[in-house]
Design a protein around this ligand. Sequence first.
Ligand code: KG4
Ligand code: ZN
Length: 367
Amino acid sequence: MDALQQNDPGFSIVLGIETSCDETAAAVVARLPDGSGHIVSNVVRTQWEKHRPYGGVVPEIAARAHVECLDLLIGEAMREADIDYSDLDAVAATAGPGLIGGLIVGLVSGKAIALATQKPFIAVHHLEAHALTVGLTEGLKPPYLLLLVSGGHTQLLIVRGVGDYERLGTTIDDALGEAFDKTAKLLGLGFPGGPAVEQAARTGDASRFDLPRPMLGRAEPHFSFAGLKTAVRRTAEQLAPLKPQDVADIAASFQEAVVQSVADRCARALDIATERLGTSATRNFVVAGGVAANERLRECLRRLAEAHGFAFYVPPAQLCSDNAAMIAWAGAERLALGLIDPLGAAVRPRWPLDLDAQSAIGSGVKA
Ligand code: KG4
Ligand code: ZN
């Protein structure tokens, strides 16, 4: 880092730690006086190999795996950044939502570093970190409409500012990433499911199976994927044993049903956002979270945004899935506003972004 920049009071450098699910990650991010961000180092170790035999994330295995490698990864991130702990302006760690064991590992490590170095500590909301990633990668600042699609959450939100979210819609049952993972498991495509389904769909015929497009036309931009999942299971059972082409065709038909359902829900949210933000506000639509890596979804939502007069933003694929650069960046954004947390901050395995949001009617209370 440039020594001159580092002495500027508007400059900050933050260590981020992420352990909420099945990726252990550490990163160092700089926030420049003009509000832009720069990734100085970014280290991610996925635990997929450990969970693969079980076909899904096993919380106890995840927590142990974080313990095994977090210190090493933090050391690696600091070495790559070529800075000393005393150069840090703050330490940020994910406090929730996520799996409690993993959250404790990351939060305690972050607090220990903050305590030992006498630096401010920031307990980061994992979904806020996904939500703000476009500030780091594209320099985009709120307000914007956000579709957040990950393994545990599927939400449409108006992001008005750091810590200021209005939820427009959520899933009433499964999260979108979960639907991809379950479909992959059913089709014997392995774990994690999203990239495997997308890959299989490339050689499939999306029009072969007429799967349901859930929630189409509903006024509130909520989501539902449980019925689609059941339809996929029935289709697979009727065809069993599945040939490779059957698997590809089901994957493609599933992905198409998902994309059309999500696009319909987003179209509704784009209309609501236009009303709520007012026509004078710059209209931006952001997609974030692990499922935002899906190329078919990105392409379709880009066209949809443009048709509604919105500019479209999505972080690069490697920053859509869980990473610590987004945690460090959310920490840096909070630090810039003076929003720091006490060392007594607790983990929050369940932690809504919009605390005022009502639960969706018929919701299985997952999200
Ligand atoms: O945000 P993320 O890395 O972790 C959570 O916070 O949950 O999201 C992980 C989810 C998984 O369900 C994974 O299958 C899904 O994102 N995913 C994808 C793709 N890449 C990852 N889903 C569809 N297509 C993809 N290319
Ligand atoms: Zn995530």
